[in-house]
Design a protein around this ligand. Sequence first.
Ligand code: FES
Length: 622
Amino acid sequence: MKDGELKITFQPAGRSVFVLPHTSLVEAAGLAGIILQTPCGGKGTCGKCRVRVLSGRTSAAGQAAGGPLTERQLGDGYRLACRASAETPLVVEVPEESTFGAHLQILVGDTGEKGNLNPAVHKVHFRLPPPTSEDVRPDLARLRDAVGDVAVPADLLTEIPAFLRAHGWQGTAVIASGELAGLEPGDTVQETYGLGVDVGTTTVVGTLFRLADGAERGLASRMNSQIAFGDDVISRILRIRENAGALPELQHAILQTINDIIRAVCQQSGIPPERIYEVCVAGNSTMQQILCGFDPSALGEVPFVQVFDRAQTLSASRLGILANARAPLYVFPQIGGFVGGDTVAGMVAARLDRCERPVLLVDIGTNGEIVLSHGGDMLAASTAAGPAFEGARIRQGMRATVGAIEKVIIGEDVHINVIGNARPSGLCGTALIDAAAGMLRAGILDSTGRIVLPEEAPPGLAPALRARLQKDDGHARFVLVEADETATGEPICLWQRDIRELQLATAAIRAGIHLLLRRAGLSAADLGAVLLAGAFGNFIRRSEARRIGLLPQIPCDRIRFIGNAASLGAKLVLLSQEERRYAAEIREKTRHVDLSGDAEFQAEFAEAMIFPEADLDACSDH
Ligand code: FES
């Protein structure tokens, strides 16, 4: 492998990333925020990850003889993104059907049939015959005969007679869940939009859809403005517990963020906010409750009680959301403790209860959420991994932003990849995992988590690695980048204390997984798949995460990235009432396992602090 990065540009999104040579196209796309479908787990047999290389050269056609791509497709530049890797700078076209979002075809079908596209809000255009002496039906009966037997709220009833006479007895009725939600002049049936929102602790993502056909019309993301009140949910809950006026302040902050997103998607699409007739939100328990204005204080102490479990429907405009005055705000059901609506949304998107073999859904973050589905039963737990994966409490740690080392490969020497093609100024969580895994393999980190002292280094250690092993105040440190190559002029190192933080974070997730498997009478070998959801999960290298014990010891082809599953779940419930009922069903059949104070969990946690000795096959993540 040569040093020096390659620019990969993905079309039609127009997003570019810089990666090391031999980075797989699946991984490069992931770095660009484009999650490709990988149903065969990257074996090169399903063909679902196909992309088209418009310029530049990849390592190979990306498939074995008899693979899914035809000779003609290969000649046209198509490659299997899971198998082909970058050899030169590339421009790559990503067909819509290769993206994970194409899962939405469940709704609209390949042939364009409507499937179960059935949003809670729809419109009916009507032309009514004016009253005559032979036809003296009341105004409301006349309207109902045309649009269906809808319930009519009293305040709208007072507007109906004047509306009908002012607009020549025609117009468009907005109907939300069987109730009249407005009358509009003219035919506005096609102008019916909804917004799906994934409210994360750090980032909020909103997608605007046309409800009539499910077409995506805009996408925007923003940092959650609540960041000003603390990085993680615990600090925000504490703030609310300690300050009487903090809840409205935090609620206002998230509403502002959602409104910023609405302004952005409306500007992109030229659609006015009043044409947004429903907003569907999936977020963790704390985010959902603050958004609704419900006090999350009880989540700040054992036994971590939520305010609600079933889905909530509120008035978006009354909360101050920029949308149609009568638009409802749907908030996902929650399972218990810190297992909230984003987990339910992910379970909906993954069809988690319908898997033939046991499956784990894992969302790794400050709080790790873990769901085990087996034989139709589902167990869910959350575990406090702490902020190490976000770079916090790591001496030179940082979030995954420009200047962060996001990838470390340890061979004969250390190779790194930095976000934004900049000089490195620190390392983010994925690099921390990579570095620890590489050090374990090189024998310079032992299974107890101790970085070996220079004099204890294994005899066969490559000289370049040996030179990076240094002693600092009696402890060893491992130099990832020398001072003259960094943005700060200081070397970037992995310190003994960083490894301890990584062990704590890893052990929390690992012990949670073990405990759920044990409660279900299963072992890791029984798992048909581990699905990685969430922003962090989609960027980790599977074999590296498995090497340090963060993921179970199963072959990589059973560990799959499923992208932003919470966003996808929010889209699904926005576009289909059946999906909404399915979300309710999922909540009903999932049992929450409270790990706090569980003696068995404590024992698992202590054991999980030790890194695994063994390593399985390498994955094609590099
Ligand atoms: S061919 Fe199946 S994931 Fe690439």
